[in-house]
Ligand binder design. Structure first.
Ligand SMILES: N[C@@H](CCC(=O)N[C@@H](CS)C(=O)NCC(=O)O)C(=O)O
Length: 201
């Protein structure tokens, strides 16, 4: 299998962590792929018509996207451990959705700040995304006591959120407002799957 990713993308990081946590990483070649919403990568469009990473290319030519589908596919291929079953599945999927929503707001803000010309930057829009990030972080903080020792898809999403905020938005200083998340993330940073995938430009 091959997967289109890059080292800065938090959505690609979800997949890269799942690959490592499931023991499948050695069977997956990671292809470093540049993306930009204003200069669509034509090669990537063959794997994902939305021209976004991550995109998984299976050996039979099938492609899978987005991060949610790829993570669940890899987990199922490895025996299914990271996606809870039964009644526990819904809170786990909701936690994943919460983290994906925070990441959507953060990535869109990043594009607004780093891609859009400064003269046409829309500060009210950035403020609206910031409300989603802040509200999402508060919900994540409330959910944290329920994490226990598990590191399933919801916790993997949370690690990607906190790592991405540290990487692109250190000024948000989420640790000051969410000491529970701070302590949890300090422990999670010791996992090889998380250490190995530290975001970089
Ligand atoms: N819902 C998607 C979001 C993926 C996403 O937004 N990827 C970004 C990189 S972090 C991207 O490829 N952006 C390029 C673009 O928007 O054109 C997922 O979960 O995989």
């Amino acid at each position: 299998m091959r997967v289109r990713v890059n080292a800065a993308s938090p959505f690609a990081r979800k997949v890269r962590i799942v690959a490592r946590e499931t023991g499948l990483a050695e069977r997956i070649e990671e292809i470093e792929t540049t993306v930009s919403p204003i200069a669509p990568n034509k090669e990537l469009a063959g794997a994902n018509p939305l021209v976004k990473i991550p995109a998984l290319l299976l050996d039979d030519g099938t492609t899978l996207y987005d991060s949610r589908v790829i993570c669940e596919y890899l987990d199922a291929a490895a025996g299914g451990r990271l996606f809870s079953q039964g009644e526990a599945r819904w809170p786990a999927l909701r936690l994943q959705a919460l983290c994906d929503g925070i990441l959507d707001a953060a990535v869109l803000t990043r594009y607004e700040v780093a891609v859009r010309p400064e003269a046409s930057r829309w500060n009210e829009w950035i403020a609206g995304q910031r409300l989603k990030i802040d509200g999402g972080l508060s919900a994540l903080d409330e959910a944290q006591p329920g994490f226990g020792a598990s590191f399933g898809i919801g916790q993997i999403g949370a690690a990607c959120v906190l790592g991405y905020l540290d990487f692109r938005f250190p000024e948000i200083d989420w640790r000051a407002r969410h000491p529970r998340l701070k302590d949890w993330f300090a422990q999670v940073l010791a996992r090889p799957s998380v250490r190995d995938t530290t975001p970089r430009a």
